[in-house]
Design a protein around this ligand. Structure first.
Ligand SMILES: Cc1cc2nc3c(=O)[nH]c(=O)nc-3n(C[C@H](O)[C@H](O)[C@H](O)COP(=O)(O)O)c2cc1C
Length: 368
């Protein structure tokens, strides 16, 4: 059963060290803020944050997460999906490094080999991540041809073995993000069998994207909108297995709908709306985490991003890598289009630095 997230005591790491204990040498420097960072409670097994931002390829990279942390300090953030083979054979620092401000942050793994996933989980815990999440929802053919992602819903025993191996390798939560079903295996009972089997292995939380995936015939993008949302199936899952932590995902664009869902499930995950309207989360810490903190304004967020962009620039990274995630910060506001255009065009110019943000601030209301 979920424990109220805001009951958590101070972080095991403390205010000065939002940094992960195990590998602080590998993690980039903590950026200083005008106000001290509220302590981010560590995740531990049995605790479910009521709100999270979904893992999204090409979106939820460390720069996006840095932006989100200027807006919400407590919402659980996820990495993009990282295949286990990439961690085992690839440039680890490139794929795993993150800023200490990202906490609490979950890493999402893709794979189906329990031993490889356990090894990745161990590496990720050492790198400082707060949670290990397994992707059982991605419908792309590339991922399915590697036998992981959504197709794993048809192999619950494999997922159970993977979870069991990861749980044995780490002490942080091990969670699973999955669909309601895949292809013709889309009855409620199919999902129940999956969840039941995988829960036995000790899964700490199930995040259910409340629509099935069609592995043949629909693109990943269509698979996020064409199959209908079936919230009722997720509510029923929680009703029938109340001891499990269940998070619902799919189609939520405002906090009123989050409130409605929290009457049925333990947590809500928001994907596209968090990217298309990051300011939506300005009220998240107060509303869901009992924290007396909120960003002062969008402008304050941008001002906090300026030294970050300058620092990334000094390390050779073009501002666009950061500012592309800021395009929608003024969504719905006067000047939003000019803001976006300026970031898109000027942000790509050779030699441009953090001034791109200072210039763009001239195009939007000063009090927003
Ligand atoms: C651009 C994009 C990339 C995504 N990448 C991932 C991913 O890496 N792993 C994953 O589990 N889901 C991924 N998803 C699915 C989201 O996590 C989420 O389940 C889906 O968008 C439904 O939530 P929403 O309606 O709130 O957007 C992606 C979605 C989008 C839009």
């Amino acid at each position: 059963m979920a424990t109220a997230y805001y009951d958590v005591g101070p972080s095991r790491r403390g205010l000065d060290a939002c940094a992960p204990a195990a590998n602080s040498a590998r993690v980039p420097t903590l950026h200083r803020h005008d106000r001290p960072l509220p302590v981010a409670p560590s995740l531990r097994r049995g605790l479910t944050p009521p709100l999270s931002v979904a893992p999204m390829m090409d979106c939820t990279d460390r720069h996006y997460r840095y932006l989100m942390r200027q807006i919400t300090r407590r919402t659980l953030l996820y990495t993009e999906m990282i295949p286990a083979t990439t961690i085992i054979h690839g440039d680890r620092a490139r794929f795993l490094d993150f800023d200490p401000i990202d906490h609490p942050v979950a890493i999402q793994l893709g794979g189906d080999d329990p031993a490889a996933l356990a090894e990745c989980a161990r590496i990720a815990e050492g790198w400082g991540y707060d949670e290990i999440n397994l992707n059982v929802g991605c419908p792309s053919t590339r991922v399915s041809s590697g036998n992981f992602g959504a197709c794993l819903m048809q192999r619950p025993a494999v997922v159970a073995r993977a979870v069991e191996a990861m749980r044995a390798a780490v002490s942080i939560p091990v969670t699973v993000k999955h669909r309601i079903g895949v292809d013709d295996h889309d009855r409620y009972e199919d999902m129940l069998t999956f969840v039941h089997t995988v829960a036995e292995a000790g899964t700490d939380r199930f995040t259910v994207h409340a629509r099935k995936a069609w592995l043949k015939g629909l693109s990943p993008k269509q698979n996020r909108s064409v199959p209908p949302l079936r919230y009722g199936d997720v509510h029923r899952l929680k009703r029938e297995l109340p001891h499990l932590d269940i998070e619902i995902n799919g189609g939520f664009v405002d906090f009123d709908s989050v409130d409605e869902q929290l009457a049925h499930v333990d947590a809500v995950m928001i994907g596209r709306a968090a990217y298309d309207n990051p300011w939506l989360f300005a009220d998240a810490d107060r509303r869901y985490f009992g924290l007396d903190w909120a960003p002062q304004s969008r402008r304050a967020v941008v001002e906090a991003m300026i030294p970050y962009v300058a620092e990334q620039r000094a390390q050779g990274l073009r501002p666009h890598h950061v500012t592309r995630h800021m395009m929608h910060l003024y969504a719905g506001m006067r000047g939003a289009r000019a803001w976006r255009r300026h970031l898109a065009e000027r942000g790509q110019e050779p030699g441009v630095g953090a001034e791109v943000l200072r210039e763009a601030l001239e195009l939007v209301p000063a009090d927003a």
